[in-house]
Design a protein around this ligand. Structure first.
Ligand code: SF4
Length: 249
């Protein structure tokens, strides 16, 4: 097995071993609960579990309260962050098990994220915004290398890149095209934006939002009239609205 694959498979094994040992420890403690030290350990584990569950429940309640009020609040957003990060993978897993399409769950996650980001009280000028586009928005017959420099676009009108470039110029925002997550992360490291308007499909947006750390991201879903990853499209109004949401205009 190559080293690259060995590392991941090794980590899977370590994770499984950790789970097995944890379960074995809990079973041992339960079976020997009469020993004082085990009673203490059991109480400690149960208390930790209860604290984590309470934090997760408070986070979910915070999201629900904000959605019902139709108005996010900084404290509730902070409380919701932990639940959002911890419960995302199981939410997708259980959603799929219950027959909800993965794309629908991801789109819903993006909608909740956008709602929470709209709460950001920081004053962010458009110059601090990076508009990040996927390469598949470019017309597949276009010979110009816009992922090297978007100014190579001739605004011929065969795809939305020209209009998006003009929109970014109009606001003074940065605009870049990324061919994948690695390039996107490199661009973010170089530009150091204060907020990001990201255009992509459900899968790339949700992983990008989770990857972005403290930088707020508003996700704008692309349209795929020709199927995934080729000659995709996006609503200019939706991108402009995302810019205005971040700038509180
Ligand atoms: S608008 Fe720009 S990127 Fe799109 S096809 Fe024309 S030149 Fe190429």
């Amino acid at each position: 097995m190559e080293t690259k694959k060995r590392i991941y498979v090794g980590m899977l094994g370590v994770s499984l071993l950790f789970l097995v040992l944890s379960i074995a420890l809990i079973l041992y403690l339960i079976n020997n609960a009469q020993l004082l030290v085990n009673q203490f350990l059991l109480t400690l584990i149960a208390s930790l579990g209860i604290i984590i569950l309470i934090m997760l429940a408070i986070g979910i309640a915070a999201i629900v309260i904000m959605i019902i009020r139709g108005k996010p609040s900084p404290i509730l957003t902070l409380l919701s962050r932990f639940s959002n990060e911890v419960l995302f993978p199981p939410a997708v897993f259980f959603g799929k098990a219950l027959g909800v399409e993965r794309e629908k769950i991801l789109a819903s996650f993006i909608a909740v994220n956008n709602f929470l980001v709209s709460n950001n009280n920081d004053v962010i000028q458009p110059e601090g915004i990076l508009i990040l586009l996927p390469h598949c928005i470019q017309n597949s017959d276009c010979p110009h290398k816009i992922n090297v420099n978007i100014d190579n676009c001739r605004s011929c009108g065969k795809c939305k890149i020209g209009e998006l470039k003009e929109l970014a110029e109009q606001y003074g925002a940065h605009i870049k095209v990324a061919t994948g997550g690695t390039l996107a992360r490199k661009i973010i490291r170089e530009i150091r934006p204060r907020a990001i308007v990201a255009v992509a499909c459900e899968r790339d947006l949700s992983s990008g939002i989770q990857d972005s750390g403290p930088v707020p991201v508003i996700g704008v879903l692309n349209c795929r009239p020709n199927g995934p990853c080729v000659n995709t499209d996006v609503s200019l109004e939706a991108v402009e609205q995302a810019i205005n949401t971040i700038c509180h205009r």
